[in-house]
Design a protein around this ligand. Structure first.
Ligand SMILES: Nc1ncnc2c1ncn2[C@@H]1O[C@H](COP(=O)(O)OP(=O)(O)OP(=O)(O)O)[C@@H](O)[C@H]1O
Ligand SMILES: [Mg+2]
Length: 446
């Protein structure tokens, strides 16, 4: 079952409030009540509501004003106004101002319940549409292909961490698969049917970054001609993936820390704090610890986002993944081109296995894309590759050396596992010095 949705009911007549609360309470809905406009505003600032039912006449204000304020705070909230008998003009005005619908007193309870459910459905649809716009267009899917022990370990970590709300820091070189891992975490989480909002922090403009993340109110700075929602609103109830987190302007780092710690933030130009429910994912190809040391990254923020780290090793350190990735990409490509499956000659595969892939998986994909154009009869040969890859002619010879390295890596990794990560015992068992072991752990990204 999906999470319950939240309904705020505002009426100054206590009996009506109680009646509606009783009637609408169910496992699918959480009901909150308020008897004045001011307390309703207060409530709406502190938590997000999905549907609001408000009397049009309140002791300290009117429902239409409230409607505008609610829509300002959250454009997707749906508001149903309750009018006294014969106040149809007001009701029409309400719809024009963006109310979902109106009901006239005295009302039938079953109609109210129906309306509330419909309003909730529309609210969901709008949130979905909005988040869709914010989700990267070229969603590359989230199939994490590979059979190496590192990829297996990553899959294991994803399964463990996904159902929690712990923030995850994904590290690895460019093209190694950080996006794929982030999407996998979201898809394996309980939020998979909620928005996944992706933002590359390198594209945040320094002066506007706060507003882009948290939103702003009309007139809060020059150029702020309208209220604006921030990414926090779009990602609410879902996942926010902040890519290249090392590029996050230092000005907003403390505010992000506040969201992580207290789940609250402030819009630019607003005093009140708002509450959000967001699962955070981060990625970087920088060494954040170093950035902290050099004063470019907020230390406390670093510790908060580095609670759970998933590191993706370079492709050259997990060459056993190459054949599977080749098969995966060629399968996709032949499907796209409506061709029968492409194959790779043995010599060509040797080259792919021997090459160092500075651009990691992305480079492999690009090379394959290019090579199928040059292929003949559906077979990819060495000649279809760029020079530096085709030149891996000493491939056979090197393959021996490489597999030795691979064996060493596997061996050390198994030993570490056996001794539960105890480096002293592992070094002893392997008959090498502790320093040498440290070097190898670093080299092999163990
Ligand atoms: N293990 C994998 N299985 C399937 N596809 C992968 C895998 N790793 C990477 N890819 C594909 O390789 C390409 C690059 O991966 P991705 O965008 O995730 O890299 P990245 O680490 O986010 O790089 P950057 O730092 O440049 O953003 C994408 O097309 C992605 O789908
Ligand atoms: Mg990426």
């Amino acid at each position: 079952m999906s999470d319950p949705y939240k309904v705020l009911i505002i009426d100054d007549e206590e009996p009506i409030l109680r009646l509606l609360q009783k009637e609408l309470s169910s496992p699918e809905r959480i009901i909150v009540t308020a008897s004045t406009a001011e307390s309703a505003r207060q409530n709406a600032r502190q938590e997000h509501f999905d549907v609001i039912i408000s009397d049009i006449r309140l002791p300290d204000g009117d429902g239409l004003e409230l409607l505008t304020d609610f829509k300002d705070m959250d454009p997707d909230v749906e508001v149903i106004l309750v009018t006294g008998h014969g106040n149809i003009d007001n009701a029409v005005e309400a719809i024009r101002c963006g109310a979902y619908d109106y009901i006239t007193k005295p009302f039938r309870l079953d109609r109210v319940e129906l309306l509330v459910d419909r309003a909730w459905q529309r609210c969901c649809l709008q949130r979905e549409n909005r988040s869709y716009k914010h989700t990267q267009k070229d969603s590359t899917g989230a199939q994490l292909v590979g059979c190496s022990s590192s990829i297996k370990r990553i899959r294991f970590l994803i399964d463990k961490v996904a159902p929690t709300s712990v923030p995850v820091l994904i590290t690895g070189e460019s093209g190694a698969g950080k996006d794929v891992v982030a999407r996998s975490v979201h898809l394996a989480s309980t939020r998979s049917n909620k928005p996944l909002v992706v933002k590359n922090c390198a594209t945040l403009q320094r002066e506007l970054s706060r507003s882009e993340l948290f939103g702003h109110t009309r007139g809060s700075f020059t150029g702020a001609t309208e209220n604006r929602e921030g990414l926090m609103t779009f990602a609410h109830t879902g996942t926010l993936f902040l890519d290249e987190i090392g590029e996050l302007p230092i000005e907003v780092q403390a505010s992000l820390l506040r969201v992580l710690e207290a789940h609250t933030y402030r819009r630019v130009g607003e005093k009140e704090e708002r509450t959000v429910d967001i699962r955070f994912l981060f990625a970087t190809n920088r060494n954040l610890a170093l950035e902290v040391e050099e004063g470019r990254f907020h230390e406390a923020l670093f510790h908060r986002i580095n609670v759970f780290n998933i590191h993706i090793p370079q492709l050259k350190d997990r060459r056993e993944d190459v054949p599977l990735l080749v098969e995966f990409f060629l399968g996709k490509l032949s499907e796209q081109m409506g061709q029968r499956p492409y194959t790779v000659s043995e010599r060509a595969m040797q080259c792919l296995l021997a090459y160092d892939w500075p651009g990691n998986v992305r480079e492999l994909r690009n090379v394959l894309e290019r090579s199928i154009i040059l292929s003949e009869n559906g077979t990819i040969t060495r000649k279809c590759f760029p020079q530096e890859i085709a030149d891996q002619s000493a491939a056979d010879q090197e393959a021996g050396v490489l597999s030795l390295e691979r064996m060493e890596r596997e061996h050390i990794s198994k030993a570490l596992e056996f001794y539960n990560g105890n480096r002293q015992k592992t070094a002893q068992a392997l008959g090498i010095g502790r320093k040498t072991l440290y070097r190898k752990i670093e080299k092999f990204h163990l």
